[in-house]
Design a protein around this ligand. Sequence first.
Ligand SMILES: [Zn+2]
Length: 348
Amino acid sequence: MFEKIFLLMVLLISTSTFAAEKIRSYQVSENPLKMDKIARQFEVVQKLVHGFEVYVLEEDVEAFLKIAPKAVLLEENVHASELQNLEKSTSQYRNFAKVESDLKTITVTYPKLATLDTYGASKAGHGLFSLKLSTGGENKPKLMVTAATHGDELITTEVLFVLTNELLAGYGKDSRLTKILDGRDIYIIPVVSPDSFEARERYVQRQDPNRSYPWPENPTNKTVDVIGAMINYTNQIKFTGSLDLHAYGRLVMYPWGYTKKAPENKGDIGVFKDIVQTMAKDNQYTVGQISTTIYVAEGSSADYFYWKTGTRAIAAEIGREKIPNYSKIPSIVNESREMVWTFLEYFN
Ligand SMILES: [Zn+2]
């Protein structure tokens, strides 16, 4: 009897570990006015042949269906299939402790190239780590590459680690990688949101971190802790360029997200178009402005960095899954590599 209860408890604990946050996915095709209303409250994740796919937290389903009563349920729990892949590969995908120890290993392996900076702490007390790659010298472009703003997009962190290690291992051996490192200071942030990364969840403090930056029409938007720390960090460093990795969709995009209007500053739109076209030359990802490529999205990182510090801020949606079977990682690294190198090379 006790054994049975014990087994049941183990089962409950193990199945609930990754199931705390339930997100439903809906297909919505409404008129533009209604779509705008939906996009302000929920996350439009991709354009479909007919309409759009929208994520809705289970607790918000009722409110959502009031606005979009004709929405068609696509998936009861968007994490389910991804989590099956995670379970199969569970010893391989990094948890946050491994992220931290791997970052420290890099600084020990490449003491002349890599230093670890902590720019804050998450609500649960995890360090917010930024790995600075620099060969010294002044006045170089400062570039930032971030992953796992959404804690369930585990592939982004894995790809970023592989590429960071390649870049460092190539210094002094590969002329292209040596040039990249010599010409710019690169800040690698493999996990923007450690608490939701640990939980393998998309949202943090019940909010979408990539909708919780302030934006020009809402300069006082209330944000979550980890994004607050990111805001302070980026305003202090003022990056020349930034690349925020998400999954999935095979897209490379630039601001604005909050409006369908193009960036107003003269010349910026041409530069942004040039950056994303260069980045997507090899992998043939779809390029464009966030708001017109997916849908209007208020409070994203790209908008904030561009708006506040003039950063050439790019968002990329890599691959076709958030947590692919681990064996697929090399192929996603392959399709991302040239895109990341050309992003870094763009700034000199
Ligand atoms: Zn994302």
